[in-house]
Design a protein around this ligand. Structure first.
Ligand SMILES: NC(=O)c1ccc[n+]([C@@H]2O[C@H](COP(=O)([O-])OP(=O)(O)OC[C@H]3O[C@@H](n4cnc5c(N)ncnc54)[C@H](OP(=O)(O)O)[C@@H]3O)[C@@H](O)[C@H]2O)c1
Length: 237
């Protein structure tokens, strides 16, 4: 959703995920939304050597620097408190928090090349309203997203002086593989319980990220932009 919005608005966008086939196919499809282009660079972001290779691949293609980094890859896991597995905690903290830090660290030199006093480079970390309000049985997910929001603020302190802003976006419910089962099971209640009577649309999340990446967002730093139709401040039901 986010990559589509950036390609539609003329950006050169690199996307990354584990499956090379899916990543390549999506990049081809998104390029059709041009004027921008989308390029696939598959990587497993659970894995530090893949993170290093991804950063190297981007720096070869963009030696002049990087304007925007969106840390979007993430996973969720729900289980009762009696059965919640250690493996879920390890996976989610590693992917949703720790490796967001390390991919950012590896890409910092490229972001610094583009960031200026008047137009800083942007880092946008995709958090969740699950990092703000409670979500039943989502122990590692809620902990990881709250950590991500807080870590982003700490990164903003370090990177502001280097002309890079760091913000989080906290989406409510959007249609994706992650929410497919939830929406099948509980979609009607989620819609009814939302102040705007709907779930998020692709343009809602793309627009929020484009705002943060745009001139208008250049003085926003260390914030958490909530995009949830108001559900986290006041559930309607
Ligand atoms: N959808 C929502 O309602 C919602 C709400 C709040 C926050 N979010 C957040 O939004 C982000 C995107 O989620 P989504 O809803 O679009 O879910 P999704 O459809 O499951 O997408 C997750 C993405 O992360 C990639 N990914 C997972 N593990 C990876 C790994 N080890 N290395 C590289 N890429 C990996 C997946 O690709 P592969 O599996 O092919 O690697 C996929 O592209 C996540 O951070 C999620 O927590 C979503």
């Amino acid at each position: 959703m986010i990559a589509t919005g950036f390609v539609e608005n003329g950006a050169r966008v690199y996307i990354s995920s584990r499956s090379a086939d899916v990543c390549n196919k999506v990049a081809e499809e998104l390029t059709e939304h041009g004027p921008g282009v989308c390029i696939s660079l598959p990587a497993d972001l659970q894995n530090m050597s893949d993170i290093e290779k991804l950063a190297e691949a981007i720096s070869k293609r963009e030696p002049g620097g990087l304007d925007v980094l969106i840390n979007n890859a993430g996973a969720s896991w729900g289980a009762s408190i009696d059965e919640y597995p250690e493996s879920a905690f390890n996976k989610l903290m590693n992917l949703n928090v720790i490796n967001v830090f390390f991919l950012t660290q590896k890409l910092m030199p490229l972001l610094q090349k583009k960031g200026t006093f008047d137009c800083p480079s942007r880092i946008i970390n995709i958090g969740s309203i699950a990092g703000i309000v409670t979500h039943n049985n989502m122990f590692a997910y809620t902990a990881s997203k709250a950590s991500l929001h807080h870590m982003s603020k700490t990164m903003a302190i370090a990177l502001g002086p280097r002309h890079i802003t760091v913000n989080s976006v906290a989406p409510g419910v959007f249609p994706s593989s992650m929410t497919k089962e939830l929406l099948k099971r509980d979609g009607e209640n989620i819609v009814q319980g939302n102040l705007m009577n709907r779930i998020g649309r692709p343009n809602d999340i793309a627009g929020a990220c484009i705002y943060l990446a745009s001139r208008a967002g250049s003085y926003v730093n260390g914030d958490v932009l909530v995009v949830d139709g108001g559900s986290s401040i006041a559930p309607k039901l």
